[in-house]
Write a protein of this length. Structure first.
Lengths: 211, 211
DNA sequence: ACAGAAACATACATGCGGTACGTATGTCAA
DNA sequence: TTGACATACGTACCGCATGTATGTTTCTGT
């Protein structure tokens, strides 16, 4: 029974990931020396390279943690809702809520694709946020709400729109206004996918922009 | 009249940007030492830091050159076309064509936001591709083709979708198939913005997906 | 022709990432 | 319990890359 050593490792990893997350979010991956992370975590470089192989490995762990959190936040927001359009509205809002945290924007949206490479980023994303969107779209097609089409492709493109919306909001001077406008724009865009957008608009009063 | 010196500088800058462009495209900004760029360009670090201040400055120059090329390519493809929906279709196709070149994908779409920071990236983008999209959408609103709404926000989100589509194509095994599917998805998404999508679909036979 | 500036080249300082190696502690089997 | 081994680090060092400071040469205006 190896219990104490396991806990020790976990504690070290948690400290490394936690402080790395904060520092990467504040100044970006490239601008934070590994020395600073390990110093903040109260360990040395040895611990980092033992657990994560290299600096990029640590970043990946941080990214995956953030991905899990965001996806869970979105999943919680849509659970129990039957109406697909409402699910989409709530999911969108929850995602933009999650992206209010600067760490999510800087680490998850800005740095991750460049640091890990787009391919790797996409693979990880497919198991979290992208996977959620794919599931949603497939369900929508099955219910006949949107027209049949290659789901993974559409999902990726929609994710791109979502990410850009979140980045736009994060960089805006007036976050409130930007959030309202961006959320509305995404709603407009996605509502165009519905086979009978007008009907949906009636079902969800105020939910779908009609102006 | 300073003519010879001007030409000399221009030649040096062209060599630096040219080789940097190739190397950055092949292995990414972070993985290419400045030494390698200046060696390929047949100069020394002195020339680089004289003209561009730092390595990031050189990258910025490369990025702006690529942006100009892509935007010009798209602009050429849509000039002379009156029908707005056709303009969008052609612009989309031209953009995806431009993104077939790996340098555009790696430098312009993957590295640039992380290297320059999203804010700076966005400012540069606003004077090129994003600016083009904004102009298009404003014209569309003026003509009553799409509903009035905050254009810069919508443009940015659409750009995000376009970029993700291009990245998806670039990373796909079967580029042909991915290109067809992605282009179609973006068409579907954007066509949802039109106030009377059905009418547009009739005007442009085969152009707008109706399945 | 000469003063100054621009366009580089060279040398150096600094800092960061990765690796090799040492060490202490935990783990399991006999 | 004890010896063999694995795990989890700490330490020291190397190579490399960036940026800067300082020369040196080539132009350019007067």
């Amino acid at each position: 029974m190896r219990r104490r050593q396991e806990e020790r490792s976990q504690a070290t990893r948690a400290a490394l990931v936690g402080h790395a997350r904060r520092l990467f979010a504040e100044r970006g991956y490239a601008a934070v020396p590994a020395d600073e992370v390990v110093a903040a975590a109260g360990v040395t470089r040895g611990a980092l390279y033992h657990h994560y192989g290299d600096k990029q490995g640590l970043f990946r762990a941080v990214f995956e943690e953030i991905e899990r959190e965001v996806t869970e936040q979105v999943a919680e927001a849509i659970v129990g809702e039957d109406d697909l359009w409402q699910v989409m509205l709530r999911g969108l809002a929850a995602f933009l809520d999650a992206c209010e945290r600067p760490e999510v924007v800087r680490i998850g949206l800005t740095d991750a694709p460049a640091v890990l490479g787009w391919q790797t980023w996409r693979e990880i994303e497919a198991e979290h946020g992208l996977g959620l969107i794919i599931a949603l779209l497939e369900r929508a097609i099955n219910e006949g709400v949107i027209a049949p089409q290659p789901v993974p492709v559409l999902a990726q493109i929609v994710l791109g729109a979502l990410i850009e919306a979140a980045l736009l909001i994060a960089a805006a001077e007036d976050r409130q206004a930007a959030r309202a406008a961006a959320e509305r724009s995404v709603q407009t865009l996605v509502s165009g996918l519905l086979v009978d957008s007008a009907a949906r608009g009636a079902e969800a009063p105020g939910g779908r922009p009609t102006q």
